[in-house]
Design a protein around this ligand. Structure first.
Ligand code: ATP
Ligand code: MG
Length: 251
């Protein structure tokens, strides 16, 4: 069997007197989409922040690719291929799509002491990467501030996959999107997964979870209420886990 890409092992997080996460454990496999569900305050965002290196756990371990990791910040998580994709926080609004796609990794040609950007090659590389995950961004020279939230997400996901990302974290990626953009977003997640990337997606929408996730992890008051494979559960059971922390009601 394929070993897990990430093991979350007994992670607890306290904020003063508040216990946001209590001994949370589960595994994430490469090429799997895992939906993280739970009511408001269940601990979903806290867990995502810990995985992404934005906050340390109070106790417990993260094992990534077989090694225990401890991230001092998001840059360290990013360096091993773990990243949170937000709708626009990490894009530069007044630069165009290609510039955002490369950002710090520009292809430069050097000749006789001169340097210049290989704009045509960069544009082509961006186009191919976007097409590779089925993203539709009509004008690669448009400034990112003129694009929709869904298109920005697509650029970030394509960039993530292209530069060797392994685990992408999405916190409510569809919250601000309309119906069509949400459907495209769900399709993008499928494409990203098909590249062998692991995806953890937080959603309040159980229908979305059933559309896109291989497995669902439900948090309830900071604890894992249940982990289910999509084919082994039902809408009712997941809703019961979210609202009561127990599947008994749905049985
Ligand atoms: N920085 C913080 N300081 C103090 N308490 C916090 C902090 N961040 C989160 N909490 C608390 O931890 C618990 C879990 O919060 P978290 O944001 O992880 O929930 P969530 O599942 O993402 O909820 P939502 O669905 O509303 O986004 C809540 O009780 C919250 O008030
Ligand atoms: Mg949250």
């Amino acid at each position: 069997m394929t070993p897990p890409l990430l093991s979350i092992d007994n992670v607890t997080k306290r904020y003063g007197a508040v216990t946001a996460l209590e001994r949370v454990s589960f595994d994430v496999y490469p090429g799997e989409v895992l939906a993280l569900l739970g009511d408001n305050g269940a601990g979903k965002s806290t867990l995502i922040k810990i995985i992404a290196g934005a906050q340390p756990p109070s106790s417990g371990r993260l094992i990534f690719d077989g090694r225990e990791v401890s991230f001092a910040g998001p840059a360290e998580a990013k360096a091993v291929g773990i990243e949170t994709v937000y709708q626009d926080l990490s894009l530069c609004p007044n630069a165009d799509v290609v510039a955002n796609f490369f950002m710090g990794r520009e292809r430069v040609r050097r000749f006789l002491g001169l340097e210049w950007l290989q704009e045509r090659a960069m544009e082509e590389e961006t186009r191919e990467a976007l097409a590779g995950i089925g993203a539709r961004v009509p004008n690669l020279r448009a400034k990112v501030e003129t694009l929709s939230g869904g298109q920005r997400q697509a650029i970030e996901l394509a960039r993530f996959v292209h530069w060797g990302g392994r685990l992408v974290l999405l916190d409510e990626p569809f919250a601000a999107l309309g119906v069509t953009q949400t459907r495209r977003g769900l399709e993008l997640i499928e494409q990203v997964r098909a590249r062998g990337v692991a995806v953890i997606v937080i959603t309040h929408n159980v229908l979305h979870a059933f559309q896109v996730a291989d497995r669902m992890v439900v948090l309830h008051q900071g604890r894992v209420a249940g982990v289910r494979r999509r084919q082994d559960t039902s809408h009712e059971e997941i809703v019961a886990l979210i609202t009561t922390g127990s599947a008994a009601m749905a049985a």
